[in-house]
Write a protein that binds this ligand. Structure first.
Ligand SMILES: Nc1ncnc2c1ncn2[C@@H]1O[C@H](COP(=O)(O)OP(=O)(O)OP(=O)(O)O)[C@@H](O)[C@H]1O
Length: 346
């Protein structure tokens, strides 16, 4: 387990001070994928660099598996850091070394013969699906391949934690997806704890179990990914959801063009959002049948987050006043959030 207790980090240069992290306390459990999301400058990188003490916190303690890293001598810290691998946005490979040599680099000075180290490098190459690239140089690799090399290198000493600082931000969406899937596989296969720093909501939704949302050096909100995104409590989280969801953008567009939908008297244009994991029934056909109403779906966006549907739809409900009222009550009972965007009162 990683326990951050009251971490504050202040950068001082001359007379100016920047409080990059302000009194952050977090617990990251063994074997989970923990996301830290925030816009640029929120303090994510500084916080994650405090976990392996690449940045020494101005205040607070960092415990990894019960050991307080802030209290260690330099030699002890070097040993403790072997338990914590790290990858970066721009891969940080050694350009004049081959893939094999890059991965072997952290094994230098470790126990074991050259043959044993070579065996370990080949195991790692296989783990990240790069067996045929051991003699290539970084400049001969794609971004995704470079990140695979960086992951293999970070895993060389069997760490129990992998810190990922914007690891997919420099990659195209397809390659980013492949790297995220690789991280998820390594998490399941090796049981390694992963801390993923990102400004991309998609990355968090795709693989994280829990998430912390950071704003101006603080954690604004924290929890399991489904709950945080289904029922955000803070405005900053809502901003992230809006930035990554067409469901909200479509509403903005529709508001300007409601007349084009030709709502009839009594019709309601609504947005339905799933808020609880339990929604699995065919709700649309159910309300249509029970309350004798028509549900004309204009747009829907539903994705599986942690195996539960998250998202919703924008639709026009037409029928009698009682029918529509009944349907709305029924949806609310099922914990579906109902927002009326337009009501063309009869
Ligand atoms: N070494 C440093 N010296 C001075 N200020 C710094 C230093 N590193 C970071 N900062 C400042 O601390 C704040 C937080 O930066 P940080 O890089 O942690 O944020 P971030 O959320 O990771 O953003 P980004 O995604 O843009 O890297 C920013 O205002 C930044 O300018």
């Amino acid at each position: 387990m990683i326990e951050l207790k009251h971490i504050t980090k202040i950068f001082t240069s001359g007379k100016t001070q920047v409080k990059a992290v302000r009194d952050v306390s977090l617990e990251i459990r063994d074997g989970e994928i923990y996301g830290i999301i925030g816009f640029s400058g929120a303090g994510k990188s500084t916080l994650v660099r405090c976990i392996n003490l690449l940045e020494r916190p101005t205040q607070g303690t960092v415990e990894v598996d019960g050991e307080d890293l802030t209290g260690l001598t330099n030699a002890q810290l070097r040993r403790a850091r072997k338990k914590i691998g790290m990858i970066f946005q721009h891969f940080n490979l050694l350009p004049s070394r081959t893939v094999f040599e890059n991965i072997a680099y952290p094994l230098k000075g470790e126990k074991g013969s050259g043959a044993e180290r070579a065996k370990r490098v080949r195991e790692l190459l296989e783990l990240v699906d790069l067996k045929d690239k051991e003699n290539a140089y970084p400049s001969q690799l794609s971004g995704g391949q470079k990140q695979r090399v960086a992951i293999a290198r970070a895993l060389a000493n069997h760490p129990s934690v992998l810190l990922c600082d914007e690891a997919t931000s420099a990659l195209d969406p397809q390659t980013a997806h492949a790297i995220l899937q690789l991280l998820k596989r390594l998490n399941r296969q090796l049981g390694i704890t992963i801390v993923l720093i990102t400004h991309q909501m998609e990355a968090v939704k795709e693989i994280c179990d829990r998430v912390a949302v950071m704003e101006t050096g603080r954690v604004a909100e924290e929890g399991d990914v489904f709950s945080v995104f289904a029922e955000p409590k803070e405005e900053i989280t809502r901003e992230f959801i809006r930035s990554g969801s067409s469901l909200y953008r479509i509403q903005e567009r529709l508001e300007g063009e409601v007349s084009a939908l030709a709502l009839k008297p009594g019709d309601r244009l609504v947005r339905l959002s799933y808020r609880k994991r339990s929604v699995s029934e065919a709700l649309v056909s159910e309300i249509s049948r029970r309350f004798y109403i028509n549900v004309n779906i204009i747009f829907s966006e539903i994705e599986l987050i942690q195996d539960a549907p998250l998202g919703g739809l924008v639709a026009v409900l037409s029928g009698t006043e009682e029918g529509i009222e009944g349907a709305v009550r029924y949806l609310l009972e099922k914990e579906v959030k109902v927002e009326v965007i337009e009501h063309d009162a009869a």
